[in-house]
Structure formats: C-alpha cells, structure tokens
Design a protein around this ligand. Structure first.
Ligand SMILES: [Mg+2]
Length: 294
C-alpha cells in the first residue's frame, strides 16, 4: 500500500494525471487512425490526427457514458457534425471501449459498421449522421432543449469545423442556443484553417471568430487545440463560468498533428498516402511521443 502525501493528492498533481491520461489516449487514437487509413490507402487522416486531442479530452475526461450500453439514457451526447471526421471518432471510440478495437480494421469496407462518413444508424456511439455540413449545431440545440424539457442532467457537446462557420444555419443555431439559455450545450470548433476547397481564409473570412460567438451570447474560450492541458483547463473553466449560457471552445489545430510527413502535405483535405509511407507515419508518431516522455 502506498502512503498518500498531501503533495501527491494536490490539485496540480491530479491535473497532471488527467493530462497524462488524455495524452496517452490521443496517442493511441492517432495510431488507430493511421491503421484505419492504411486499410483504404487514403482518407481524412489529416483531420483525424489534428482533432485527436479534442476527441481524447472528450472521451477520456469529459463525457459521461457506458461503453457497453451506448444508448444509456443518462449519457452525455457527443455529436459529430463533420461526418468526414468519422475516422478520428472511430479511433477514439475504439479506445473508449464503445467499438471493439479489432473492428476498426473494417473501416470503410462493404458491410462495415464504420463507414467513411459518420452515420448514426450504423455505428454504436454515433449520435447523428454528420455532413451535409452546417447541420450539427442545429440538431444539438434541439437535443439540448429536449433533454432540459425532460429534466435530464445530460450534457450535449457538438463538434464542428471552421468550414461550417460559413454556413448560415450554424449562426441561427448559435443565436437560438443563447435565446433558450442552453447551459447544457457546448460547441467545440476545430479551427484547422482548412476546408474542402482550400484555406478557410481564402473561401470566406470567418475571423474574428471569438467576437462573433461572444456577440451571439456564448461563453467563449480560444485555445491551442493540440495542447491537452489547455483543452482540459478550457473545458473546466467553461463548466465553472458559463452559467446558463451555452459555451464554445475554439480550438486552433494542425492538420496531420504528430506526423511531420503529413503536417506539411499540400493536398491535406483528403489525403492519398503511398503504401511505403504508412510505416514512416507510424514511426514519426511514435518518435514524437517517445521524445515527449524523455
Ligand atoms: Mg477546417
């Protein structure tokens, strides 16, 4: 039996333990995404790697769920508005125990429960069918209203992309969430500065993003979405400070994060990766993780 000292039990020590657990979850998820991508030889691998720290924070630290009972009534709801990020979410669901890790190898194959774009009717733990883009937050508002009507303590987290800030429906939902004082709703925006047709800034300028959400009445945090400590602190602050306002966590992320070969790839939205490159990707990911531990 170990003797617990005050220091070992301090808030800082507990926080560091949370960071370490989430980072490990994210690292394993990134490997899952590379393995799934290799099955198809291509895919939305850059987004999966970029958002891995967000998914890990949600599933390893924030969300209340039962792995063996994905439809448990009292669960918190995580909505993936960006259906094409499904590969990244499956990677996390595998680590969370909601999907069997062995099943991840079926990704994108005929008859698989893990199609390339997220669909609620196929996959345990997938709350909505994501994309057409711009719809997730509207659905999240409806679910949050419904849960409050039922006097449920469950929370709703909606994951969306910076490309979805081009969509008018996103802003209608943002105003509606404030109007209805949906304190049970959190939006997480993956700002990777990229969308299907190019750099977000060249398609439609969405900045200043922080000010726009604040003007809609939301509690706003903007952080480095690949910094797990910052993610945890932002979620903690939002839970403490937002009151009956909806909260949004704006996450600046890097496409391909953790794999330098992919971080610097030009055609990054839908990546084609050569057969010999997959092992290089895995090795780079492992090397980066190991050097962090030293
Ligand atoms: Mg984007």
């Amino acid at each position: 039996m170990s003797i617990m000292t005050t220091h070992e039990n301090s808030p800082a020590t507990k926080f560091f333990a949370r960071v370490a657990a989430v980072e490990e979850f994210a690292y394993r998820s990134r490997h899952n995404s590379l393995d799934m991508g290799e099955e198809q030889g291509q895919g939305y691998v850059g987004q999966a790697l970029g958002a891995a720290d967000i998914f890990a924070t949600v599933y390893a630290d924030r969300l209340r769920f039962r792995p063996s009972e994905p439809d448990w009534k009292e669960r918190d709801r995580f909505l993936l508005s960006t259906g094409h990020y499904a590969i990244g979410l499956y990677a996390a669901l595998g680590e969370a125990g909601i999907v069997d890790r062995a099943e991840l190898a079926t990704y994108g194959s005929d008859d698989s429960r893990l199609p390339m774009s997220g669909m609620a009717s196929y996959t345990p733990g997938m709350e909505i069918s994501g994309g057409s883009l711009g719809h997730g937050l509207t659905v999240a508002v409806g679910i949050a209203l419904g849960l409050r009507h039922q006097k449920s303590a469950s929370k709703v987290i909606n994951f969306l992309s910076d490309g979805e800030l081009d969509e008018g429906s996103t802003w209608e939902a943002a105003m509606g969430a404030h109007h209805h004082r949906l304190g049970n709703l959190t939006a997480v925006v993956d700002i990777n500065a990229l969308q299907a047709d190019g750099a977000t800034s060249t398609i439609l300028s969405t900045e200043p993003v922080h000010e726009k959400w604040a003007a809609c009445g939301w509690y706003v945090e903007r952080i480095d979405g690949n910094d797990v400590a910052a993610l945890l602190a932002a979620f903690d602050r939002a839970a403490d400070l937002s009151g009956d306002r909806p909260s949004v966590i704006l996450c600046d992320t890097k496409v391909g994060k953790g794999v330098p070969l992919l971080e610097n790839r030009e055609k990054a939205h839908f990546m084609r990766i050569e057969e010999h490159e997959w092992q290089i990707c895995r090795d780079q990911l492992t090397a980066g993780h190991t050097s962090k531990d030293l």
